[in-house]
Design a protein around this ligand. Structure first.
Ligand code: FMN
Length: 219
């Protein structure tokens, strides 16, 4: 159980009880289950990276098991300084700290991200909402915001029917880049598997490029 006192005083967190100190964290977010391209490729990359370095692999599948929306209990528990938290507030805080603990315990984070209606899934947004806890993953000072989750390598495998490049239509990449950077994760590489609705040739080209990049990273 993490108390609001610990949050206020920025007490160092360890991984949740029973969870090994992981080196690789796989976060999957697609609502498409076994058909998901981003889940499949992100899982492959995470497994290969874990195997390569003899690290343990922790999986958080918010696509299959979405976190609840953050609510007033979460906001009170993480931002008000209240110490005598209600049972609901404690539960909301614990949920957030579990996500924070998993990220802090990881050296490498691999995120599988489907492009849904031009942005991240609400599942991925919910994961970020739980991760962004003041004095745990970010803090404000005289010179602005400071991310506290530093020293991580992040890979994001995205999948989309269309191909947007850096133009409008894909708000997942710029948003996630900014959100991860806000909490201190600035070393982020995107592997984009796009044009999946453009026919067999385009799919083959896109999948081959992703496979080659995964091969190079995991070699
Ligand atoms: C509800 C829904 C909305 C989608 N919206 C978009 C979109 O805005 N742009 C796009 O290029 N593809 C869109 N797609 C296609 C998905 O991005 C594509 O199926 C991709 O493979 C999803 O990632 P996944 O395979 O990891 O699930 C959408 C698919 C679904 C099911």
């Amino acid at each position: 159980m993490v108390t609001n006192e610990q949050i206020k005083t920025n007490t160092a967190l360890v991984a949740p009880r029973g969870m090994p100190m992981s080196n690789v964290l796989l976060v999957t977010t697609s609502p498409r289950g076994g058909d998901s391209v981003s889940t499949k490729l992100a899982a492959e990359l995470a497994a290969r990276l874990a195997k390569k370095s003899g690290a343990s692999l922790v999986t958080r599948d918010v696509g299959a098991k979405p976190l609840p929306h953050i609510d007033v209990d979460f906001v009170v528990a993480t931002r008000s300084g209240k110490t005598d938290l209600s049972a609901h507030e404690k539960a909301a805080l614990d949920r957030g700290m579990e996500i924070v603990g998993e990220v802090k315990a990881a050296d490498i984070i691999v995120i599988g991200a489907a492009l849904i209606n031009f942005n991240a899934t609400t599942n991925l947004k919910g994961w970020v909402d739980h991760l962004a806890i003041p004095r745990q993953t970010f803090q404000y000072g005289a010179s602005g915001a400071e991310g506290l989750v530093t020293g991580k390598k992040v890979y994001v495998v995205t999948a989309s029917a269309g191909a947007y490049g850096d133009g409008p239509g894909d708000y997942l990449k710029p948003w996630l880049t900014y959100a991860l950077g806000f909490v201190g994760m600035t070393d982020v590489e995107f592997i984009r598997v796009d044009a999946l609705a453009y026919g067999p040739e385009a799919v083959e080209k896109s999948m081959a490029a992703a496979a080659a990049r995964i091969e190079a990273i995991a070699a």
